[in-house]
Each structure stands twice: as C-alpha cells, then as structure tokens.
Design a binder for this molecule. Structure first.
Ligand SMILES: [Fe+2]
Ligand SMILES: [Fe+2]
Length: 301
C-alpha cells in the first residue's frame, strides 16, 4: 500500500486472544497476553498484526478458533518482549498456521532470570523451542521504531523518560560469569494512528506504560491516547501506582483497557481515577475504534 488513499485508516479492531482472566466467557485464560490488531483501510484492505502469543500457544489457538478468528491471515507477529508468557506460544502457533514474519528487539533472545521466583537462575525468557522455531522464520530484530503498515507502529526501544524501575526490579541476566540487573530494553508495544487519537497495545510494559505512551505520541503525533494491555503494576507499591496513574493522565490518556500484569491494586487505582473510562479486559475482549471521517480526509489530503 503506497498511494495516499490507502493510508486512510477507517477502523482498528483489537481482539484479546490470551489474558490471565477469562471474564464471564467460556474461553480459556492463562498467565500471558496475546492480541490481534486488525486495521481496515479505506480501499478495503486489512492489515493484521498479532502482538505476542501467550504462554502455551494452545490457549491462543483454542480461543481464536472459538472466536472465529483466523490466525492464518495474520500478516506479521510482533513480540512485546522476551518473557515466556508473551513468546512461549510462538512455536505452536507457527507449527499450526505456518511461517510468519516476526519483528522484535534484538535483546529478545537473551536470558532473563526472575528473582521473585525464589531462584535467580530461573529463566523466564524465551523458551528454547521458540528460539529454534525463530531460526526458520523471517526474523527482523530491530531497536528502531518501525512502521509495519501505514499508521501502524512497532515502537522499538522505548525512551525511559519516567522512572520505570518498578517494572524491572525483579529481573536479572548474565554478563560473562556475572549476574547483573536486567533492564528489559526489548520491552515495546504497537501503536495505531487514528488522526488526533492513537491506540496503544502493550504487552507487559516493563519500559513503563507512561514511557510507552509518550513514545507512541511522538511517533503518531496523536494528542489523545487509548491504551490496552498489561501495565505491570502488580508488584508496585501504592505510591508508585498513584504516580504512574498520574503520569498517564498527564500524557493524555482518554480510555484505559487494563489486564494481564496490571494487578488488582493497579486496576483499582485506574478505576478510581478514570471511572467509566477504565475497563478490565479478558480473553475474548474486543475493542473497535473508528477514525472520525474528518481525520480520514485530513490524512488523505
Ligand atoms: Fe507478561
Ligand atoms: Fe514480562
């Protein structure tokens, strides 16, 4: 799609395929996240990016089937970061639907040890089977923000303007023989430009959800942001949670759709601050946003 007419995004639809919560549905839940982002352009073409694959792959495939979602039609898979609950389903997904291009940060292949699991050497990074299947795919490893299709951004390495230590403090990696702090620089997200508004779809937000939003605003030029995903507030203290929620208000968040690793206290604080504009997502949750016609015309002119 290269002509300006194709650039006009009519709508973006996000379908949560894997979340830790199944809501009041008969779908499956597991620790992890996966969402299909479908972009409809004014010429009728549709671009589909799958962000993450959940832990097992079987929950992703079963839920997609139950929802009538075709994973075969996915154009590109983007990884929000290396953690197994986002990357673990990839080998089963590829074995089921065939080869797909994958985009991720170069650090996605590094080990990551979780201190909170009781032993420092427990690798919560990408499972070995997934690393093997990546060798057979078209794999783009980049730190740079990348426009996957007109108006659809892989945010790349996120500038950490706000303190996001609360979202990385329990992780370590290796440097030679030494075990060192892990910054999870691979953590990123997807953003879709809808004129004055943009929608951000985040996996685990180890970069800090306010930093992710800030980067999305810079790339899309949007002033208002709708954000959906996991915000990694589950192990943050109350003061930090309040600080992050205020950062989101400051960055122009208008609607919040929180799930996965946001945590109960994070969700409660978001609900208190955003009221009816805060929704708890679950496996099978669907969000569709149409771009106002004026914005479409402005984009095309
Ligand atoms: Fe996660
Ligand atoms: Fe994570």
């Amino acid at each position: 799609m290269s002509d300006s007419d194709s650039y006009r995004i009519v709508s973006a639809e996000i379908t949560v395929l894997v979340d830790d919560y199944s809501g009041f549905t008969r779908l499956l839940a597991e620790h992890g996240f996966s969402a299909l982002v479908s972009i409809l352009y004014s010429d009728g073409t549709v671009f589909r990016v799958l962000l993450d694959s959940g832990s097992s792959g079987s929950v992703l495939i079963k839920n997609a089937s139950s929802l009538g979602v075709s994973l075969e039609s996915v154009d590109v898979i983007a990884l929000s970061h290396r953690h197994y609950d986002h990357s673990g389903g990839l080998s089963k997904l590829i074995a089921t639907v065939g080869s797909k291009p994958v985009i991720a940060h170069p650090d996605v292949l590094r080990p990551c040890y979780s201190k909170s699991r009781g032993f420092t050497r427990f690798d919560v990074g990408m499972p070995p089977a997934v690393k093997r299947s990546l060798q057979r795919l078209e794999l783009v490893l980049t730190k740079k923000p990348t426009e996957l299709a007109p108006g659809v951004w892989f945010l790349g390495e996120v500038d950490r303007y706000y303190d996001s230590n609360y979202a990385i403090k329990n992780f370590r990696t290796t440097s030679g023989e030494a075990i060192v702090d892990e910054l999870l620089l691979d953590d990123t997200a997807i953003a879709v430009s809808l004129g004055e508004k943009a929608i951000v779809i985040a996996g685990c937000s180890h970069s800090g959800i306010a930093n992710i939003v800030r980067q999305a605003k810079r790339l899309t030029g949007a002033r208002e942001i709708v954000v959906l995903g996991g915000f990694h507030l589950m192990s943050a203290d109350s003061e930090t949670i309040s600080r992050v929620v205020e950062e989101l208000v400051h960055e122009g968040i208008v609607d919040v759709y929180a799930g996965h690793c946001t945590g109960l206290r994070g969700e409660a604080r978001l609900l208190e601050r955003f009221g009816d504009r805060m929704t708890k997502i679950h496996s099978g949750y669907r969000l569709r946003i149409e771009q106002p016609m004026e914005s479409q015309l402005l984009r095309g002119s």
